[in-house]
Design a protein around this ligand. Structure first.
Ligand SMILES: *Cc1c(COP(=O)(O)O)cnc(C)c1O
Length: 451
């Protein structure tokens, strides 16, 4: 029996994974969650360290997609999606950095986007009806989705980005592709882009456009993000013997953390997830106080992909701990806060501390971090200072330092090496439209270009 998915708002029937992937957001504006988190079997925990990444991905993802894809299809998806390295660097003692930045667009978002592009491509082909993917980006989602969906038959992609908050390199990664990929610059913030996209999903007058999402409101983003936690833990700890690991996750929309949560609730021995935000500290405050208020407007920080004032995935976290939060952030049923605080250590890191961390980690350990990974490392350091333990710890590096060359050069005196994926990008021609932050204008654009 394959797992079905319910909406966190609870007002639509439970659906199989294919339908959840195609819809993105549920019809009642809730987010899809699996009815049950499949357990990682003792056998799988035992052999995980001997499995190559794509094979481990197949093992972990199979229970979620069984009945929608065949096993050979899932194998094909995972093997073609995960053809790049995942360096796990020992930085000092038993503290490691996992670099999730070796994919084609140099951020961890490639892991989910490449799975989704392939999965949705198959689903769209099978139902013979096109799809228009709308995606808001704070910097890296847009390029990862654009690259992963480029040339996929039957799917058009439209990326909305805040014009002043993405770096020129991040922008060029998504505005130079053409084909089925289009981009729009808005004079606002990520949250404005995300709000427009969500409003379009809920607009019945646009139903004929077959809209879907490739943001982490789509469950297809979370499932693949659960795999690297098990992969990394199996490489540094005896997970079959129950040896625990601490992970630190630099977080914005909390999709990466939800991937980790699925692994933990599936039985991966995790002592704690450190969730480290930049100055957008609404989630650390929520964990501390139990009451939630979104940050409007969100704060502009150098870790730009985490400038999120109202993270979508909080509703999923609340759901996983027995509560209910609606799309506006209102809590209708209080989750088990004590259990949540037990599993998570939330911390907000300032830009000043982020910069100091990049400098110190480079000088002390010759390890180059970029702003997001530095927020993660600083959060881990805070946790270990407060809870000295001998436990093995892994901090996630979510983007390549070469995406932020000016900051890195100023702090370390070194020019980050340009990965092959970013080479030659400066010379390509950009093409993107511009729109005000206004729903009517956005809707008119969708109707004109895509109906
Ligand atoms: C998107 C992003 C994050 C935040 O991930 P969430 O899943 O939104 O919490 C962190 N670092 C980088 C580099 C990103 O692109």
């Amino acid at each position: 029996m394959s797992i079905r998915f319910f909406s966190t708002n609870g007002n639509v029937p439970h659906v199989p994974v294919g339908s959840a992937l195609l819809q993105g957001q549920a019809g009642d504006k809730g987010l899809f969650m699996p009815e049950a988190v499949p357990a990682l079997s003792a056998g799988l925990l035992g052999k995980a360290r001997d499995l190559a990444y794509p094979d481990l991905a197949v093992e972990i993802l199979w229970p979620y997609v069984e009945g929608t894809f065949t096993r050979p299809e899932l194998e094909e998806i995972c093997h073609s999606a995960y053809d790049f390295d995942i360096p796990l660097e020992n930085v000092t003692g038993n503290r490691h950095v996992m670099r999730l930045d070796q994919g084609p667009t140099a951020s961890f978002k490639d892991f989910a986007a490449r799975f989704m592009g392939r999965a949705l491509g198959r689903l769209v082909k099978a139902r013979r009806q096109g799809l228009l993917i709308l995606t808001a980006t704070s910097g890296d989602t847009g390029s990862a989705v654009a690259s992963a969906f480029m040339g996929v038959e039957g799917i058009e992609v439209l990326v909305l980005f805040p014009e002043k908050e993405v770096s020129p390199r991040q922008r060029k990664q998504m505005t130079t592709l053409g084909g089925n990929i289009s981009t729009l610059a808005l004079p606002g913030k990520f949250d404005d882009c995300q709000a427009l996209v969500k409003q379009a999903f809920a607009d019945r007058e646009l139903a004929d456009l077959n809209l879907s999402s490739a943001n982490s409101i789509n469950i297809g983003r979370l499932l693949p993000q659960s795999v690297y936690y098990t992969w990394a833990a199996s490489r540094v700890a005896d997970i079959a013997g129950g040896q625990k690991v601490v992970f630190s996750i630099p977080s914005g929309n909390f999709g990466d953390m939800m991937g980790g949560m699925l692994a933990m609730h599936g039985g991966l021995p995790i002592e704690k997830f450190v969730i480290a935000t930049n100055a957008n500290d609404e989630v650390p405050l929520f964990l501390e106080t139990g009451s939630y208020s979104k940050l409007v407007p969100s704060r502009v920080c150098i870790s730009n992909a985490m400038n999120v004032g109202h993270p979508s995935n909080l509703a999923r976290l609340v759901s996983l701990y027995g509560g209910q939060m609606d799309e506006t952030g209102k809590i209708n049923t209080i989750p088990d806060m004590e259990k949540m605080q037990d599993d998570l250590f939330a911390v907000s890191i300032s830009d000043e501390e982020t910069r100091a961390t990049i400098k110190a980690v480079f000088e002390d350990y010759d390890t180059m971090l970029e702003p997001h990974g530095a927020v993660g490392w600083a959060g881990l350091t805070r946790y270990l200072d407060a809870n000295p333990s001998a436990v093995t710890a892994i901090s996630l590096e979510t983007a390549h330092p070469a995406k932020f060359p000016d900051e890195i050069r100023a702090l370390t005196g070194r020019e980050p090496d340009l990965p092959p994926s970013l080479q030659g990008i400066e010379e390509l021609t950009e093409q993107y439209g511009e729109l005000p932050v206004d729903y009517d204008a956005f809707k008119a654009h969708l109707v004109k270009e895509y109906r």
